[in-house]
Design a protein around this ligand. Structure first.
Ligand code: PLP
Length: 427
């Protein structure tokens, strides 16, 4: 656990500079700290940027693929890797209450508790996985569907979210149905209508990205899940792009299951993810990977978390990344990401030849902006950014230009420079 004092010290701030966790009721503290820590205070965010060992001469705009780790994460992982090399004799077998260095057999309750706090779920309903693809596969493989049962989703799902459901179709005769939702999506109400209209009495599963990877669109998942639940449909959300990026509250959304990863927006090492399934469904879900606990229902999350020897230094890194996120305070992180994303979109709007594929409704957007310049390909735009300024957004094929992510390690200057470059190319 990184102590609050240490994090503040490393950010060059005193304990007075941040509200105490319980002191927000004091308006003086709130005002002062509000000014210091507001999403548009470059000094505070410069200190945060210094926590990342990112190269100073390149600009990273692609956490939508794989994120950047703060130094503390790398340090914790490295320290633990060294420990596993030097001190394997220290390891006391069969001690579930102590988080030992071999994952796969431990219940990982410490980390599951932090993930529970992050998404507002009971840690007993959470299992640790390696990524979103694993989590979604555990759910799709573990659920029983009959031939003809329908799985409904959109036409813009990532392969890691949808493929386990396509497998379900091929292997068990379920029917995989996609709804065209448009790119850009024109409005929340339109996407809501399109999805609800596609529901039939045979729909048994609704699988949706909470945020679409190729456009950054935040779907109205709460409203859609509410309606689906009324019809007895199992709802599962792909949160690959949301965890550490926007607020996720599974109780408020009311979904039955949610899968996510930490190696994109939360700054954890690669190979870290989770699945949450409401206990009423989790207790009946078959395990796909089975070890001692495969049929032990005392701790349902552990039943899936126990999946053979894994990589514990990576989990140490994840633990540190979660602490880092909590110490910065999630809402502050989300506000900063959104602030920078909006600044980028507003700046690009001034160039008439820029075409957007993220929604024009700002309430459906956060830190992902997808756009192209008329007549350009994504590769051309990606290469132009790199060749001109060593900036790295990610190409999205010929039509859709680039996916340009903004995160807490980016600065206003970086965004403004990117806007200025596009304005010269898009004349
Ligand atoms: C929406 C979405 N789902 C699933 C995935 C796959 O995630 P993972 O590699 O963690 O399995 C991604 C990766 O980019 C994604 O954007």
């Amino acid at each position: 656990m990184i102590s609050r004092r240490n994090l503040l010290k490393s950010l060059g701030l005193s304990a007075f500079a941040l509200p105490s966790l319980t002191g927000l009721a004091n308006p003086m503290t709130e005002n002062e700290s509000g000014a210091l820590l507001s999403p548009d205070n470059p000094d505070f965010w410069k200190s945060v940027r210094n926590q990342f060992p990112l190269d100073k001469d390149t600009v990273f705009f692609n956490p939508g693929t794989v994120g950047a780790m703060p130094k503390v994460v790398v340090d914790k992982m490295t320290a633990h890797l060294n420990y596993t090399a030097s001190s394997p004799a220290d390891w006391a077998y069969k001690d579930d209450n102590k988080e030992e260095f071999i994952s796969g057999y431990n219940n990982l309750m410490g980390i599951r508790t932090k993930v529970g706090k992050l998404i507002n779920a009971d840690p007993m309903d959470i299992a640790m996985t390696d990524n979103v693809t694993n989590g979604m596969s555990y759910i799709a493989n573990g659920i029983t569907l009959q031939p003809g049962d329908e799985i409904l989703t959109t036409d813009q799902e990532h392969g890691g979210g949808q493929s386990s459901w396509k497998l379900k179709e091929k292997r068990f005769g379920a029917v995989f149905k996609m709804v065209e939702i448009g790119k850009p999506i024109s409005s929340s109400s339109e996407v809501y209508d399109k999805i609800l209209k596609a529901i039939t009495p045979k729909t048994k599963v609704l699988m949706l990205s909470h945020m679409i990877s190729g456009s950054g669109a935040i779907l109205p998942v709460k409203e859609i899940c509410t309606e689906a639940k009324k019809r007895g449909i199992f709802t599962v959300l792909d949160g690959a792009q949301t965890i550490g990026h926007i607020k996720v509250d599974v109780k408020d959304i009311g979904c039955d299951a949610y899968v996510g990863c930490f190696h994109k927006w939360i700054g954890a090492p690669c190979g870290t993810g989770f699945m949450f399934v409401q206990s009423e469904y989790l207790k009946n879900l078959w395990t796909s990977v089975s070890s001692y606990r495969w049929d032990d229902h005392a701790d349902e999350g552990f039943r899936f978390t126990q999946r053979g020897t894994g990589n514990f230094p990576v989990l140490k890194g994840l633990d540190a990344a979660l602490d880092f996120h909590f110490e910065l305070e999630p809402d502050r992180v989300y506000a900063r990401i959104k602030f920078l994303g909006e600044r980028l979109r507003k700046g690009l709007e001034a160039s008439p030849k820029v075409k957007f594929f993220c929604p024009s409704d700002e309430s459906m957007c956060a830190g992902i902006t997808v756009y192209n310049i008329e007549g350009w390909t994504g590769k051309k735009l990606q290469d132009a950014f790199w060749d001109s300024a060593k900036m790295r957004p990610r190409a999205q094929g010929d039509i859709f230009g680039v996916r340009h992510c903004t995160h807490i390690f980016n600065s206003e200057e970086e965004i403004d420079k990117a806007i200025a470059l596009v304005s010269t190319w898009a004349k």
